[in-house]
Design a protein around this ligand. Structure first.
Ligand code: BV8
Ligand code: ZN
Length: 248
């Protein structure tokens, strides 16, 4: 891949890199995206599933959806895109992953600094006493309950719920301080997460988009790579190696 001069030079002088990722980076691991053509929400509506009232109305159905996704996730592995992002840590002092995904694949790929804006499907907690249950849950008696009798829910952020303040604050700081802000595999329609792209842009970061199609933020990207993340990111990493070798 022939990189354009500006991007090549940017890579040469940058230290702080942020990868803001969405469901698209896990698509090549076999995990369906939300809004793409094979998106899971084409069949199911988010309002019916990813919100607290839906859970209180029908916890069984919401758990069935999450257990179905958990099964797919457990049968999946990090793909070349996740792995390339983890490898960036060898060439830059400060690499941060800010993900909207709940599939834990960045951690499994070896990334060290990860902020999870929308939670993690491997964690669960009691809606009453907030006790965490992160081992295999028992569904033999229906929806799992806490010792205190409260319903146990997945530790993910549903629509209308606040994002974990510590993760969001740290992500905003990383966006502001970033030299290069990669936007990978996200339709950038869900807020406040998508707002981070504008925060980075306003702070003077170089915005690099990696997606298979145009998105809401393509117009503010300094450079867009239209292709699959699992192919594009390893190619960019190869260029990084050349840049770094050239400098040493
Ligand atoms: C909030 C976690 C404050 C669970 C998710 C009315 C009332 C309340 C709030 C709102 C409202 N109206 C609007 C809002 C705000 C709302 C929102 O933004 N709605 C949108 C849809 C308009 N946000 C919220 O509710 C947030 N909370 O605002 O709280 C508040 C509190 C009280 C009252 C008012 C406000 C909470 C949002 C979090 C919701 N939880 N998921 C779960 O996963 O089950 S959202 C869900 O969407 C996932 O987290 C997902 O990550 C996220 C974003 O989707 P993407 O990751 O971008 O995935 P998508 O499928 O859309 O796109 C995939 C992309 O990849 C595509 O561009 C595709 O082209 C590309 N792609 C595909 N393959 C590849 C690829 N790219 C590269 N390579 C490939 N191979
Ligand atoms: Zn409890």
């Amino acid at each position: 891949m022939e990189l354009n001069k500006t991007f090549f030079n940017k890579l040469a002088v940058s230290e702080k890199i942020v990868f803001f990722t969405g469901a698209g980076i896990s698509a090549e691991s076999g995990i369906p995206t939300f809004r793409g053509k094979d998106g899971i929400w084409n069949k199911l509506k988010p309002e019916e599933l990813a919100n607290f009232n839906a859970f209180m109305r029908n916890p069984q159905m919401v758990w069935e959806w999450y257990n179905h996704r958990k099964k797919i996730i457990h049968e999946s592995n990090p793909n070349a895109g996740h792995i390339a992002i983890a490898e960036f840590e060898k060439y830059f002092d400060d690499v941060t992953v800010v993900t909207q995904n709940i599939d834990n694949l960045h951690r499994r790929a070896g990334s060290k600094k990860i902020y999870e804006l929308h939670g993690n499907i491997e964690r669960n907690y009691c809606i009453d006493c907030k006790t965490f249950y992160n081992k295999e849950l028992d569904f033999s008696e229906g929806v799992p309950r806490c010792k205190c009798g409260g319903l146990i829910r997945p530790d993910v952020v549903w629509f209308g719920e606040f994002l974990p303040a510590d993760q969001l604050e740290a992500s905003e700081k990383a966006a502001i301080n970033s030299d290069i802000f990669f936007v990978v595999g996200t339709s950038a329609v869900v807020y406040p997460a998508a707002g981070l792209v504008y925060t980075a842009k306003r702070s003077g970061s170089y915005i690099v988009e990696v997606n298979i199609e145009e998105t809401e933020v393509s117009s503010i990207a300094d450079i867009s790579f239209f292709g699959e993340a699992g192919k594009v990111l390893p190619e960019i990493l190869e260029e990084v190696k050349k840049v770094k070798e050239k400098r040493n």
